[in-house]
Design a protein. Structure first.
Length: 428
């Protein structure tokens, strides 16, 4: 199934427009002339191949129908690709979830993917689906050997609470987090090792189980929502919920000589910094400094209220490694954005970090922002600046903005011509 969006088509009065030096345009508006068949409500970041095609997931849309609790009335999600051609973009759905039963509770392939995808070296895609008969799945999508053929999905592993972005190491092992599961039911960090021969099973290993003392006594954290990130020496970094004096924390897992992994809590957030459980993956710079976002709280908490978030607008932060993990923070005030739930994209050339906020801005429906070293934060775009939010609104999900040739790409959960979400491009 393919749809083509053309800038001069009737669905938009304009394809994009400048805001200061930033040029923003919608590449795809979900629901275009096909109901929900092309996907709905994208809730994660994008990945790009060598030909410039953009791959992503939509949390709903695709095949619709079914009956009973868990029926795919609005579709149980898709994997899609956007392909550039002659200045236009064509969308193709590579995979519809739950076509086997049209019910998220019974389909073995899982449902409702809300994390981004990653490629392996041979062009297979990997991601997670949140719901299914075995709670959630890690899946692989393999392209057909025939041009234009169907992609094949393989479930690699099932566990409760799978939701974050996956990460590869140099040996082809997959790493991720669960917000449940683990030895104590309070979340875990896991590794999946590929089979020794084609067609074999992947081997799961739990690297760390949170909260051995039992919830809510979790000084080491609970609920690994955000996936993990490697540093250059093989340590893993992530974010989790906290307990006691800490409402959230940044942790590091280090491999030991015995083959186990040990956890170190690098920083605990309080209401004087940020709080609430973060769900965005961390980023590291070459010096080993750690960057992330927190959706709620901050030092301006009492002066910033957005919708049902009444305890601050959150912010972006850096943990400086050579200063004993000292916190440097930027706190949103609502007008410049609020509730950042996506990761930061670090641009070393521009000495800037880019991200999106779910709310805030001139329309209170989200922003695209940049934070430049020594210059502070500026808003590149306010979502819902077009009539009826045809430019998208409320960007959500844990994926970072994708950068290619100086442009940034991302998704917005709502808005667009049919209010099913959009894929956008912005040139800062």
């Amino acid at each position: 199934m393919k749809n083509t969006f053309q800038c001069a088509a009737l669905v938009f009065l304009t394809c994009g427009f400048a805001l200061g030096q930033a040029q923003y345009q919608v590449l795809w508006s979900f629901g275009t002339n096909q109901g929900l068949a092309d996907g709905a409500y994208p809730n994660a970041g994008l990945v790009i191949d060598g030909a410039g095609n953009l791959y992503g997931t939509s949390e709903e849309g695709g095949a619709v129908g079914g009956s009973g609790y868990g029926a795919c009335y609005s579709g149980c999600g898709t994997v899609f690709v956007l392909s550039p051609s002659g200045g236009f973009w064509t969308e193709t759905v590579l995979y519809d979830f739950c076509t086997s039963t049209l019910n998220s509770q019974t389909c073995p392939e899982g449902a409702y993917p809300s994390s981004g995808l990653i490629f392996d070296k041979t062009g297979n895609l990997y991601g997670t689906a949140n719901v299914g008969p075995n709670s959630g799945n890690v899946f692989e999508l393999s392209p057909s050997s025939k041009q234009g053929g169907n992609w094949t999905q393989t479930v690699l592993w099932s566990a409760e609470g799978l939701n974050g972005q996956l990460t590869f190491d140099n040996s082809g092992n997959l790493y991720g987090t669960t917000d449940l599961a683990g030895a104590y039911g309070s979340g875990s960090v896991f590794e999946l090792s590929p089979p020794s021969s084609p067609g074999g099973s992947w081997t799961p290993t739990t690297l760390y189980s949170f909260c051995p003392g039992g919830f809510p006594d979790c000084p080491d954290g609970w609920g690994g929502y955000a996936g993990v990130t490697f540093d250059k020496t093989g340590n893993l970094y992530g974010m989790a919920g906290g307990s006691g004096n800490y409402s959230g924390l940044v942790y590091m897992l280090s491999p030991t000589q015995t083959g186990d992994w040990s956890e170190t809590v690098l920083y605990g957030f309080t209401d004087l910094s940020f709080y609430d459980v973060p769900d965005a993956q961390l980023a590291l710079d070459p010096a080993g400094n750690v960057y992330g976002t927190a959706p709620v709280g901050g030092r301006r908490a009492k002066s910033c209220k957005l919708g049902y978030y009444q305890e601050g607008c959150g912010g972006a932060f850096e943990l400086v490694k050579n200063s004993g993990w000292r916190l440097r923070e930027f706190v949103f005030d609502g007008a410049d954005g609020g509730v950042p739930v996506t990761s930061l994209y670090l641009d070393y050339h521009r000495k800037a970090a880019f991200g999106t906020t779910e709310l805030g801005g001139t329309q209170a429906l989200g922003t695209i922002y940049q934070i430049v070293e020594g210059k502070g934060e500026s808003v590149l775009y306010n979502f819902c600046s077009q009539p009826n939010c045809t430019d998208g609104s409320t960007p959500a999900g844990g994926g970072a903005l994708l950068s290619e040739s100086g442009r940034l790409y991302g998704t917005a959960f709502f808005g667009g011509t049919y209010n099913q979400g959009v894929v956008f491009e912005i040139s800062p």
